[in-house]
Design a protein around this ligand. Structure first.
Ligand SMILES: [Fe+2]
Ligand SMILES: [Fe+2]
Length: 293
């Protein structure tokens, strides 16, 4: 199994972002910007869920999953930081993030419940991100090259999502999470995810002044529902998660491996799993190294 490496991406996220950075296409730009807006609060929730679940495991299981959990925390913490910078530029462009406060309100409802709920939610979102990631990695031209920084940021994030797609799932299973809960949460998260992504995309287009243009929706329909579009291209991989016995490793991750191998000059590895004195130190250590990177 591949070791989860934390990478520092060599892109300058301090420079501003153009209004229609994605191929000059308002719809794709608004959609991807919407996803970016959800990441800082979403990924913090995933980190907290995986950490809490891992801490609840018996020592032998903690030791078995420790390197994966450490890599997962480090990768998601790095994603949060870069998407935070990205989202700062979106704010400067006049966009308003309504997804994050809504997600935070929902997250609070899980506080104090069995940690397997938050883990099942995390595993469900991780399935979404990993199938979208694979779809994007196989069609990098959809990101355009008007802003190579953002094309690289999205593909690097996609590759790491594909790489760590199994971690929350494995912690959920190690805690005895059952298939019925997992599938029930996935159905619920599907509704939340699609609704939230659509609402934020519409709001971004409204703020951008391109919501009521025919060309916006023609491009949007092709992106979502065209041959090999986002919805049509992901229906099968989405459905796979509903099968009892499914595991994220049932899906191929070769597109992510190929991207990481071909773009080794775009990042620097900053943390590798080490053998700590206790499992708790491993997880804390990853976060510290990432914060210092
Ligand atoms: Fe991420
Ligand atoms: Fe993730």
């Amino acid at each position: 199994m591949t070791e989860l490496v934390v990478r520092r991406l060599l892109v300058d996220m301090e420079a501003p972002i153009a209004r229609h950075w994605c191929d000059g296409d308002p719809f794709r730009t608004a959609f991807l910007n919407a996803l970016s807006m959800s990441f800082p609060v979403g990924e913090q929730f995933f980190i907290d869920a995986v950490r809490a679940g891992w801490k609840a495991l018996p020592p032998a299981e903690q030791a078995r999953l420790q390197a994966d959990v450490q890599g997962f925390v480090g990768q998601e913490a790095t994603h949060r930081r870069l998407h935070g910078l990205y989202n700062g530029h979106l704010e400067a462009l006049g966009l308003e993030n309504r997804w994050a406060p809504r997600a935070l309100r929902r997250q609070r409802r899980l506080e104090g419940l069995d940690p397997r709920h938050a883990l099942a939610v995390t595993a469900a979102f991780e399935h979404f991100t990993s199938i979208l990631a694979d779809w994007m990695l196989r069609r990098p031209e959809r990101l355009g090259q008007r802003d190579p920084r953002l094309a690289t940021l999205w593909l690097w994030h996609a590759a790491e999502e594909s790489e760590h797609r199994h971690v929350a799932f494995d912690v959920y299973r190690a805690l005895g999470g059952d298939e019925a809960w997992r599938i029930r949460w996935f159905r619920r998260i599907t509704v939340f995810f699609i609704t939230d992504a659509l609402r934020q995309t519409l709001h971004n287009l409204r703020r951008d002044g391109t919501l009521w243009r025919w060309s916006t929706w023609r491009a949007g329909a092709a992106f979502l529902f065209g041959r090999d579009g986002l919805v049509r291209g992901n229906r099968g991989p989405w459905r796979d998660y509903l099968a009892p016995g499914f595991h994220p490793h049932d899906h191929d991750a070769s597109a992510a491996e190929a991207w990481l191998a071909a773009h080794a000059g775009d990042y620097v590895p900053v943390a590798r799993p080490v053998a700590p004195a206790s499992p708790g130190e491993a997880v804390a250590g990853a976060a510290v190294r990432v914060a210092a990177a």
